[in-house]
Structure formats: C-alpha cells, structure tokens
Design a protein around this ligand. Structure first.
Ligand SMILES: *Cc1c(COP(=O)(O)O)cnc(C)c1O
Length: 490
C-alpha cells in the first residue's frame, strides 16, 4: 500500500511509514488507497480477534510478512481476556472495553503491536540501527509504550509527560517502569507544550543528522505513527462482529460508535474501519471541557486560541489534535497543498477554517458533543447507581455524549461507546462520583472503591505501590533536545 504525506507528494510503503513515524515535511502518513481498495469486510466477521487482526493489518500494512506471527507475539497472554476487547451491555448502550491490557488503558491494544511492527520492518529492510522512540504522553501512551518496548532488542524509548498533568496513578505507573532501554522525564508545561517541544526536538535532530554517526534513528509511538493507528481499526470490526453474533443486528446493518477523543487517533481508526466497508453510520466525537474538536466538527473552524483546562480526563486535555490532519486530507480528496496550508495557519495564527465541501464530507460521518467536569462526575455516579457499571472519567465523557446523541436521533440503531481506561487509574474523581470520601492517598482510594463496588483491581495497578521509583527527572521544555542527546550519549 502506498503511504503518502498529508503535506506533500512524498510517499513510501508501509514498512517505511512505520519506521519513520512522521514524514520529512512534518506531515502524517495516510494511504489514499484506503478510499479505493476493496476489503472483504464480511470475511472477518465471526473470526477470533487475533485472526481478525491478522487480516485487517495485512490489508493496511501489506508489505509486512508473517502478520499472523506478529499478532500472536504481540497479544498472546497479555490481556485479561482472550478476545482482548470485550463488549458489555450497560443500560441501553454497548460498552467496548479497551482497557483489559497490561497497563489498563486502551493504548495497550496498539502499543503491544507497535514494537512487533517496528522490529519486523527493520528486519525486512535490513536495517541495523537502533530505533529510538521519542514520545510525548498525556498519561497513558507513555506507560503503554514502555510496557511494549522495554528490553526489546535494537530499541530504546524516551517518554516525556506534562509535570502535574497526569493522574497520580499514571505518574506512578511510569515512574516505576523497569527496563534497561527506558527513560521517563516530566516536562514543565501542559501536554500541548510537551508534544510540540518533542516534535521540534525530533525535527531538529533529523534535520541536523545528529544521530547518523551513532547509527540511531528516531521514531514515534504517538498516534502520528500509522503502525499505532492500524491495530486500533481491529476493535471496531470486533465490536460489530459481537453484535452480529448476539443477534442484536443482522450482517450489513449500520451501527454508531461514540469515542472519547483527544488526539483524534482512536476515532480516526473508526473512520478507517468505515472506509474499509464496515457498516458504520456515525462516529460521535466526545470531548471534555477542552472541546476544540467538538467545536471544529460543528463549525469547520479549528481555533486553539483558548484557555486550557486540566480535567479529570487528562488524556483528553489536548488542544492540538494531531490526527485530525489525516481526516482533513481524506475529506479534502487527498489535497496535500490544502492541508499544508491549514497546518501552517494553525502553527502561525492558531486557527484555520476549512471549506464548505470538506465540512460537508466530514459531517456525513462525524457528530460531536462535549461534557463539563460536573457532568463527567454525575455520569460516573449515574452509570454506577442505575446500571451497576463502574466507568472511568474518559469513558463517562463518552457515555454522556451517547446520551445527548441518542436524544437527538431517537432511533433503534445500536450505540457502542468505547471505554478507554480502567476506573482505577483515576480513583479521586471516581470516589467523588460514587459518594466515597476523597481522603487518603490514591492507593487507599482504590481499596475503598473496590470494597464498595466489588469491582476487581487490575493486577498491574495493585502492584505499583510496592515497586521502587526509578525515574524522577523534571526539566523545562527548552531542555528536551539536550536531554535526548545526553541519554543517547551523542
Ligand atoms: C489517549 C486516550 C484518549 C484519547 O484518545 P485519542 O486517540 O488521543 O483521541 C481517551 N481516553 C484515554 C483513557 C486515553 O488514554
């Protein structure tokens, strides 16, 4: 499959796209062929999740050999359930539980697979250099990426997260990460500052060829990497397949998905599924108080010049949503010139406006709602009290959007809400929501929630408290470049 940059006519195959992470012109890799190439989507319905993954990933990343082996290595024995991402009925919604992996966040689905893809791409292309993963995280990517990459030969990973911008459990998960090839560092500023500074350091190191002599190459584990996005397409098919086998729908009926969104990667994977033929009616984007995406999807104006809020769903506290660029490219008939202009406007003015035709295209599929902090807490409480289901704040933003969406369309099309994290990663807001006093440290809060609800605490979270803290670096964002060079010894 031919992967093209969203900002120029630079193109490469899927192996190179995965290894490079980002195009030399700053654009993201997308395959226009996803719009035209037939995929026999019906043939994957009813398959096991791993077989489904093999077929879907082979379609999206066709240059990879032995995809079946890679999938097996990535997932076998790592998730709480064999089907990786179970669907449960909660009230009149279906919840797609994506958090049953090794770090209790949905990012595990993609980041268990990415190291396999990178290692295989290197082997196939005869590369002998060390791959250095540079990643900015709003909380979950960092841990999931380190869990995927730690001690993988030929790789090294450096993670940056916003100082004070992640939950205490997320921080503890990262600070206790073991592995000879991992480093974690807090950066003063919010996630956008952190992500922008990491992208800049990345571009500068590449432009100046700083790592060539040391035989090292940079790559990214953020959802700008197509190898991170492709594995996320699978669970949309899996959820659809489950509804077919439960006889809730007949093969070919349309369903809706609601996706709590930040960097727009998760929901974009749903769009890929739709373009591959899966009968998806709407993709509903759920934003928290940082509702730049919800505003864009309703108005066509993307304006990041606004206050940044720290919310109880920190992994969605994002004002510059990287993956929107891919949607714009596809919706604008793969016109890279247009996309480059919008991205330049965003960079220099903090705002861009897309044309009517592009917006029309987007609105056929995408709906958007947002949720305040108070509504998030209320939704966790209501979902627990009425439907006996304990959800995390990100998922609650999705459940609230599903409610608003349903009130508007009032029909019988099934709605699947993507659940992106375990409630135990965010014990303070969850305690508040279900009427527990928010006292003691986060581990005491976890114990109290578990005692009240009877919901089991995932093993990876119950064991962090006893692990030694191995990382406590804090730097200014201007120091990221030097930090990377020092860690790499160049
Ligand atoms: C990353 C994350 C999101 C947002 O996903 P995007 O792909 O960035 O839109 C939502 N919820 C949780 C828990 C996350 O970790």
């Amino acid at each position: 499959m031919n992967y093209r940059s969203t900002r120029s006519d630079f193109s490469c195959n899927s192996l190179q796209a995965v290894l490079q992470g980002i195009s030399p012109d700053g654009g993201l890799f997308v395959s226009p062929e996803i719009l035209s190439q037939e995929f026999d989507w019906k043939s994957v319905i009813g398959l096991s999740t791993l077989d489904m993954a093999q077929k879907i990933l082979s379609h999206l990343l066709p240059e990879f050999k032995d995809m079946g082996e890679l999938v097996k290595k990535a997932y076998t024995g790592k998730f709480e359930t064999e089907d990786l991402t179970p669907v449960v009925k909660v009230g009149d919604n279906y919840i797609l539980e994506l958090f049953r992996g090794p770090t209790s966040a949905f990012k595990d689905v993609a980041l268990s697979m990415l190291p396999q893809l990178i290692t295989a791409a290197k082997a196939q292309s005869g590369a002998t250099d060390e791959t250095v993963i540079l990643t900015a995280t709003s909380g979950d990517t960092g841990k999931a990426a380190m869990e995927g990459f730690h001690d993988v030969p030929g790789t090294r990973i450096i993670v940056f997260y916003p100082h004070g911008g992640v939950s205490p459990i997320q921080r503890a998960q990262m600070a206790t990460q073991e592995g000879k090839n991992v480093r974690v560092c807090a950066v003063r500023g919010n996630f956008d500052d952190c992500q922008t500074a990491v992208k800049q350091a990345f571009a500068k190191i590449n432009a100046m060829g700083m790592l060539e002599k040391a035989n090292k190459t940079l790559s990214s584990a953020n959802s700008i990497n197509i190898g991170r996005l492709a594995p996320q397409v699978v669970y949309y098919f899996k959820a659809y397949s489950d509804l077919v086998s439960q006889k809730r729908i007949a093969l070919g009926d349309k369903i809706d998905f609601v996706v709590p969104s930040g960097n727009f990667g998760d929901i974009l994977a749903g769009y890929f599924a739709k373009l591959m033929g899966l009968p998806v009616r709407h993709l509903v984007c759920a934003s928290n108080e940082n509702k730049v995406l919800a505003d864009f999807l309703t108005t066509g104006v993307y304006d990041k010049r606004r206050p940044f809020y720290r919310t109880s769903s920190p992994s969605m506290d994002i004002l510059v949503s990287s993956n929107l660029e891919r949607l714009l490219f596809l919706a604008a008939d793969c016109n890279a010139e247009k996309v480059a202009k919008w991205m330049k406007d965003l960079n220099t003015e903090g705002i861009f406006t897309v044309d009517e035709a592009v917006m029309q295209n987007i609105k056929e599929t995408f709906k958007a709602y947002h949720c305040t902090e108070q509504q998030t807490i209320e939704t966790i409480g209501e979902t627990y009290n009425k439907d006996n289901y304990l959800c995390d704040p990100h998922t609650a933003v999705g459940i609230k959007a599903a409610k608003d969406y349903k009130a508007e369309c009032a029909d019988d099309v099934p709605v699947v809400v993507l659940s992106t994290a375990s409630p135990y990663k965010f014990p303070a807001p969850v305690s508040e929501a279900i009427g527990l006093p928010v006292t003691g440290d986060e581990y005491e809060q976890i114990a109290a929630i578990s005692k009240k609800t009877g919901v089991a605490v995932p093993k990876n979270l119950s064991s962090i408290q006893s692990k030694p803290v191995l990382h406590n670096d804090v730097i200014d964002r201007e120091a990221i470049l030097d930090y990377v060079l020092e860690v790499l010894g160049v």
